[in-house]
Design a protein around this ligand. Structure first.
Ligand code: HPA
Length: 271
């Protein structure tokens, strides 16, 4: 709690004041990052108590500025369990962004498509999640100033924001899938048997992030809007080799789509 306060005060002193929306610029969001009218920017390594990013495809910068008429704070580069971080470390920057005043968290990620109607390169709006990770950022002492000991599972991704996202997709003419995101620890992609299991569990997409961040937002009563870029299909009866390059290429294909969709979404959101 002390660290959250210290980092929040530090960022306020650097001009990261009163953001309306927090964004985790996950896979597919680099085009969106380009159109933020940047007012302040810091490397994670220059922010006290921030973890440092290890994945090459992520930048590791905290950005503050205007986007589609709203004040936003954005993480370019997030932290994953498979990198070796614990869940509280993964959650820390999100808690700080929300403590700074953000009223909505927007998240994107790369995910394997489980629903056989999906295709690689499409975008899925997250309607709900399954925490299949081996832990939870809310484990341990509860910080009552942030939220309750036992947060409920009601509308982590509220209907109200899903409807705005669907309306935004209609207006910009983008097909938007909808479904349940299951988070798994990675870093291995799934075997055919695991994809089959995940489908049986009720998920439409599978990935290695997002759920820890969504859980701390829920804890702090902050709504989440989540978008998954389907980078490969997990079809148990049609398994093929999947390379990192294939995943990245399909993510790239979705970047313009996500830029248009999320810009319109931010424009339409009222907070
Ligand atoms: N499984 C898990 N995580 C992923 C996948 C997948 O198939 N694709 C992108 N992230």
């Amino acid at each position: 709690m002390e660290k959250i306060k210290e980092t929040t005060e530090f960022l306020k002193s650097k001009g990261f004041a009163n953001p309306e929306i927090a964004i985790i610029l996950g896979t597919g969001m680099s085009e969106l990052a380009q159109i933020i009218n940047v007012k302040a920017k810091l490397s994670y390594k220059d922010i006290p108590n921030f973890p440092i990013s290890t994945v090459e495809s992520h930048a590791g910068e905290l950005i503050y500025g205007d986007l589609a008429g709203k004040r936003v704070i954005a993480m370019a580069g997030r932290f994953h369990f498979y990198e070796g971080y614990d869940f509280q470390t993964i959650a820390f920057p999100v808690r700080v962004m929300l403590q700074l005043g953000a009223k909505l968290l927007i998240v994107s990620n790369a995910a394997g498509g489980i629903n056989p109607l999906f295709k690689a390169g499409e975008v899925m709006l997250i309607t709900d999640h399954i925490n299949f990770l081996p832990g939870n950022p809310l484990r341990g002492k509860n910080y009552d100033e942030l939220g309750p000991r036992f947060p409920d599972g009601y509308e982590v991704y509220p209907k109200k924001f899903q409807e705005i996202a669907e309306q935004a997709a209609l207006e910009v003419g983008i097909p938007l899938r909808k479904g349940v995101y299951l988070a798994i620890q990675g870093p291995c992609l799934e075997t055919g048997a695991e994809y089959r299991m995940i489908k049986t569990l009720g998920a439409d997409a599978v990935g290695m992030s997002t759920v820890p961040e969504a859980l701390v937002a829920k804890h702090m009563s902050i709504p989440v809007a989540g978008f998954s870029v389907i980078t490969d299909m997990g079809l148990p009866d049609h398994m093929e080799p999947v390379s990192f390059e294939y995943v990245v290429n399909n993510a790239k294909r979705a970047e313009l789509t996500l830029k248009k969709l999320i810009t319109k979404f931010i424009e339409k959101v009222e907070l």
